[in-house]
Write a protein that binds this ligand. Structure first.
Ligand SMILES: NC(=O)c1ccc[n+]([C@@H]2O[C@H](COP(=O)([O-])OP(=O)(O)OC[C@H]3O[C@@H](n4cnc5c(N)ncnc54)[C@H](O)[C@@H]3O)[C@@H](O)[C@H]2O)c1
Length: 253
């Protein structure tokens, strides 16, 4: 693959969901581009990330926990003085428990909203003051194409919480544009990561791929490249958008 090269050597970034498929790849892309990165996840630090010893701070914890979020951003500020990029990647889709709004257990509903949406509030409140110190910034929040096209098997807590991620991203974009702080969402289509471990055979992955106009399942690099572009100066006139990275799935309505 012939991918663009970025130089983020004087920049710093905060990544949530860095123990998962896309979050790990985004963290690696930022580290390879020279950035200092603070990364968080419920899971332990992936080996590939840990290798960048002096430029990575990995904090294992729950982004619903306000004290954890504030402490981790505090550490980031001490080491970096401000923040250039935020990748808000952590999220959950509970195939077994997320259902139609007509029948979903409301405790599950609340939990999904706490993880997918309320954590975005905590993270944005901590990130924006550090971007203001820099005088600019770029946030990329991970939503999904699913809220635009619906799903024959409803997963309404996921879908509604991710629609709200896009709504809040636009709100942040309009509130912060005059301060040169940009906010955009990426809307992934089907991407093979631990979240989609149900696609655990070549046969299943082949069947999924045949439904996608570009005839392949997405991989974490497809998504990290979209995020890197939106972080970079190449994306400096872009704010308040939803960028589908979906192999053409939205063409199918
Ligand atoms: N994989 C897909 O097909 C797909 C499609 C559309 C959208 N997305 C979205 O893209 C983003 C990344 O997905 P992925 O496929 O890499 O998933 P993933 O499951 O591999 O990674 C998500 C990570 O978020 C972490 N996480 C969940 N809850 C957390 C919490 N409370 N605190 C800290 N960390 C927490 C998990 O531990 C996990 O490592 C998600 O927001 C997801 O909803 C994925």
């Amino acid at each position: 693959m012939n991918l663009p090269k970025y130089d983020f050597s004087q920049r710093s970034a905060f990544v949530t969901g860095a123990g998962g498929g896309m979050g790990e790849e985004i963290t690696l892309s930022l580290l390879r581009a020279g950035a200092y990165v603070t990364a968080v996840d419920l899971k332990p630090c992936p080996e590939a990330i840990a290798k960048f010893k002096d430029r990575i701070h990995f904090a294992q914890g729950d982004i619903r926990n306000r004290a954890f979020v504030e402490k981790t951003f505090g550490y980031h500020q001490e080491h970096s003085g401000g923040l250039d990029f935020l990748a808000n990647v952590a999220g959950v889709l509970w195939f077994d428990r997320d259902k139609s709004l007509l029948e979903i257990d409301l405790d599950v509903w609340d939990e999904v909203f706490d993880i997918n949406l309320k954590s975005m509030v905590l993270i944005a409140r901590a990130a924006v003051p550090l971007m203001r110190k820099r005088g600019s910034g770029s946030m990329v929040h991970f939503s999904t194409i699913q809220w635009m096209r619906g799903d024959p098997v409803p997963q309404d807590a996921y879908q509604a919480s991710k629609a709200a991620v896009s709504a809040m991203s636009r709100s942040l974009a309009s509130q912060l544009a005059a301060e040169k702080i940009r906010s955009n969402t990426v809307l992934p289509g089907p991407v093979f990561t631990p979240m989609q471990e149900r696609w655990n055979t070549e046969k299943i992955r082949g069947q999924v791929a045949r439904h996608i106009p570009l005839q392949r399942i997405g991989n974490p690099v497809d998504l990290s490249q979209a995020a890197m572009f939106l972080f970079s100066d190449a994306g400096s006139f872009i704010t308040g958008i939803d960028l589908p990275v979906d192999g053409g799935m939205l063409l199918r309505g």
